[in-house]
Design a protein around this ligand. Sequence first.
Ligand code: DAH
Length: 357
Amino acid sequence: MSSGTDLSRLEDDVLTEVAGAGDLAALDAVRVSAIGKKGRISELMAQLGKLPAEERKAFGAAVNALKTKVSDALDARKATLETAALSARLANERADVTLPVRAGAEVLGRIHPVSQVLDECIEIFADLGFEVAEGPDIETDDLNFTKLNIPAEHPARQEHDTFYFNPKPDGSRLLLRTHTSPVQIRTMQNKTPPIRIIAPGRVYRCDSDQTHTPMFHQIEGLVIDEKTHMGHLKWVLEEFAKAFFEVDNVTMRFRASHFPFTEPSMEVDIDASAIGKPGQWLEILGCGMVHPNVLANCGLNPEKYQGFAFGMGLDRITMLKYGLPDLRAFFSADLRWLRHYGFSLLDQPTLGGGLSS
Ligand code: DAH
């Protein structure tokens, strides 16, 4: 059975181990081996009952005193180690506030030129009192063609190089819209004039070269009320062109053309000296007065209502304004291209602050 000398040796051993524990895990191992349930000091307590009665009291008190001493030493060492661990963490995780701020998404991200130009157009037309309308990319034959006065055998259907879906059992076919003009129909079917909308969106044609991609973007415009005439159309387009190209004057040329859904119809060119290319006319859009058949197809009385429509290539005016040579690069998802030609997220186009600053 343990004697006084054994106890003092055990005390020395345990206290040396406590002092030598280099981290909290090692210290806890010492605690378990000394005063844990099966620890060396706890075992001594368990043996107390075997001692003669006259020794029991003194030995019990000595073991208890040892246990208290060891507990106190463990607590003290634990506090020291915790302080050291905290200091090490603080030293390690110290932030150097003089370092430059790391660039976040708002700095690294870029707005695609087409998105930027769309925002510019919305800003300009909103200022002229137009709302933004939308329609689906997958359209019916009826809305993409028939209601726009392009009947089944009309040659314009061939000109559009349409992507068709498989026919349904009833023979009707869905298609990828070939222009944003069906949004005119959707709007006239659902609203009573006055109507003043633009409809930007994706359109699809089976066509691909340097200036054509199978998917591209258009912006449609539609104004319907009882009095709107061609003078208004010309004024709106001129105001748009000046604001968009950010110049005081733009000379425009209206050429007679033909679209089934307008009568008369025109194509519009701008004198490219406005954008630093003197001596060239650049076509930017098609337009005209909405055909009476189209109004009637949408349930509007052509004797009462009239107005104009226009359709322009968003990618095309983006290329003209920002001097981008190859349309295909717009949709090639090349980050180097986007970093070079893209716009900062904070570069919101506004008429007050300047469209492109
Ligand atoms: N939808 C025509 C196209 O894609 C463009 C167009 C021309 C739209 C004249 C119009 C318009 O609204 O009046 O070629």
